[in-house]
Design a protein around this ligand. Sequence first.
Ligand SMILES: CC(C)(COP(=O)(O)OP(=O)(O)OC[C@H]1O[C@@H](n2cnc3c(N)ncnc32)[C@H](O)[C@@H]1OP(=O)(O)O)[C@@H](O)C(=O)NCCC(=O)NCCSC(=O)/C=C/c1ccc(O)cc1
Length: 380
Amino acid sequence: MGSMGRALPATVDEIRRAQRADGPATVLGIGTANPPTCMAQDDYPDYYFRVTNSEHLTDLKAKLTRICNNKKSGIRQRYLHLDEELLAANPDFIDRTRSSLDARVEMASAAVPELAAAAAAKAIAEWGRPATDITHLVFSTYSGARAPSADRRLASLLGLRPTLAKELAENNRGARVLVACSEITLIAFYGPEGGCVDNIIGQTLFGDGAGAVIVGADPVAPVERPLFEMAFASQTTIPETEDAISMQISKCGMEYHLSSQVPRLLGCNVERCLVDAFRTLGISAAWNDLFWAIHPGGRAILDNIEEALGLEDGKLAASRRVLSEFGNMSGTTVIFVLDELRRRRAAAAKQGGETPEWGVMMAFGPGITIETMVLHALAT
Ligand SMILES: CC(C)(COP(=O)(O)OP(=O)(O)OC[C@H]1O[C@@H](n2cnc3c(N)ncnc32)[C@H](O)[C@@H]1OP(=O)(O)O)[C@@H](O)C(=O)NCCC(=O)NCCSC(=O)/C=C/c1ccc(O)cc1
């Protein structure tokens, strides 16, 4: 370098420090979206057995009616992309023996990224900077089966930079990550005939929605106003539970399998994840002193976790509210819960109420995977 008139700039340590952010990742904006059709859970058994021409399966309908009961399911309504008109145009969707994957994938390939874009646009608006300032995209869905997949389409719908991969490799300091998830259940809609009960339970539990979050460190005031700092994140699986939550694509669509043991398995395993997280941070926390954003996989899951942790009434209110108003939207749901939680915190703060500074976000999925994140809320 001497011959070029410039000294070696620094040690590798200094270079590495300069490449990395100083502060923790923060949540800079949250957005959610649902398709327009809303289905009341009380009406679902009549609707489902009527549109699938299955009224003769009276025992199964009685069981589904028991499960859909608002008190039992904890669900009041869900949003669904697949309405009666679309179903009438695609009668093969009802029959689990007919090849219908092509039509389902065609429909989902358009709808999944569009719903994600609607959620992301809200998150970006709250964040306050242009979409072209996003450096990375993390996207999740199981509602389609195609490459290029919904993340590529979402990037073009939003007008993100076409050089995201380069940014990912080169630019960590100053990174602004769009994390989005979009799920549309039409890939897995079937009539009840010939199905397993756990697949049919899936029909009553899952709803459609998209959620998006902008994540970045070292927020630039005054435009960027962080909502939460991420103090810790981990992911673990419960041993020997690979088959407890599963989804499988075939030429006829996708089938859910949900073991009836899922609520018990989660109830038995969440506390060790939390203890590990707080031990790593060196913080001792009483569970009731925290705020909670838990994935509401089902009413029984929330009940079991509440009991296992000895949580007071109302600690899981944001999760229960999202379950009630939207159903289980798989990976998307926890973003809705975080959004609901911050609204509740803002409302409480406005009325001069105390809100916990520290909290936990937990999500569950196939694996069984448990994701744990310790959050520190910032004053809004
Ligand atoms: C609301 C339920 C469904 C019923 O409430 P309950 O208090 O248990 O009621 P019962 O004990 O009276 O059960 C009602 C009926 O349902 C039956 N049942 C009850 N679970 C079952 C069962 N899994 N099978 C098959 N029969 C059953 C049960 O046998 C019974 O039948 P019957 O006696 O004939 O009325 C409740 O069990 C519940 O919340 N279960 C949890 C559902 C569940 O597994 N949710 C997790 C879904 S997976 C997920 O959230 C994430 C996915 C994800 C994916 C991808 C990603 O990228 C990210 C995430």
